[in-house]
Design a binder for this molecule. Structure first.
Ligand code: AKG
Ligand code: FE2
Length: 260
């Protein structure tokens, strides 16, 4: 079975999303999701943006916006929610006068999902969506999994049935920058054990060869299930710049929720 499915913006379906939830498909690839003019405008601005900062837990990665995964205490929790809407507006502005691909993704999923899709709220506070991430030359995004539960408050555990990831590629190096996917879903305990003292992720040497390797192009959208191990090979030339989105699945008849 082909574990990476190619489709188009118009053909993306409810069943495609469910196939990722069930891990029948490892990734769904939509080539040319972004419109050319909009991408060219944004790429110029994003490659040299004054608001680029460093990801709290792994300083080798640049980012615009404050990720949910950066929450480690009450102050960072407040920061995430206070900056959520201003950061959404800031990234929307980068694409102006065109619609931002993050907004288009939100609308597309709201339209295709029977119960719709909206920003995640935690304790009545909205979450940020659409983080811009920079992986500069020779930086390795090690094999890892993503789990919202690592950063949710204690009384909010257990409300997701599945987590999906949706990346929009703004700049992709000529060499390197491939997405690697393994068909391995470690339990949280096993993952923490494999991680040991590392800030995040697992050594590649501890894993077999990946089940799939995909090289996206600038403008593409890739959906994946980040509860299975995945990684991004280092770029050998320009920075790899993406817009990252997570989707929460709470059942087929419930809305999808968004955060970054
Ligand atoms: O940038 C990518 O291709 C994948 C990034 C990633 O780790 C994720 O989507 O969870
Ligand atoms: Fe990830």
């Amino acid at each position: 079975m082909d574990r990476v499915r190619e489709t188009t913006r118009t053909d993306l379906s409810h069943d495609d999303v469910l196939s990722l939830v069930k891990k029948e498909t490892l990734a769904i690839h939509i080539k040319g999701f972004c419109r050319g003019e909009s991408l060219a405008t944004a790429r110029r601005k994003l490659l040299d943006h004054e608001d680029r900062g460093e990801l709290s837990q792994a300083h080798e990665f640049g980012r615009i916006g404050f990720a949910y995964s950066e929450i480690s205490d009450e102050e960072s929790r407040r920061t995430h929610h206070e900056q959520a809407l201003p950061n959404i507006a800031k990234l929307r502005e980068v694409f102006a006068p065109y619609p931002s691909p993050t907004d288009e993704l939100r609308l597309l999923l709201d339209e295709l999902w029977p119960a719709g899709a909206h920003l995640m709220e935690v304790d009545g506070k909205k979450c940020f969506i659409g983080i811009c991430r920079y992986q500069d030359r020779n930086v390795d995004l090690n094999p890892h999994t993503d789990a919202l539960e690592r950063n949710l408050p204690a009384h909010y555990q257990g409300h997701l049935q599945a987590q999906l990831s949706a990346n929009i590629y703004v700049n992709i190096p000529e060499q390197g920058g491939e997405l690697e996917l393994w068909d391995i879903e470690p339990s949280e305990g096993d993952y923490q054990g494999l991680m040991g003292e590392r800030a995040y992720g697992i050594e590649r040497e501890k894993l077999p060869a990946p089940a799939a390797v995909v090289k996206p192009a600038a403008g593409d959208l890739m959906l994946l299930n980040p509860r299975v191990i995945h990684a991004v090979r280092p770029s050998h030339d320009s920075s790899r710049v993406t817009l990252g989105h997570f989707l929460g699945f709470m059942g087929s008849d419930r809305p999808l929720v968004f955060w970054s």
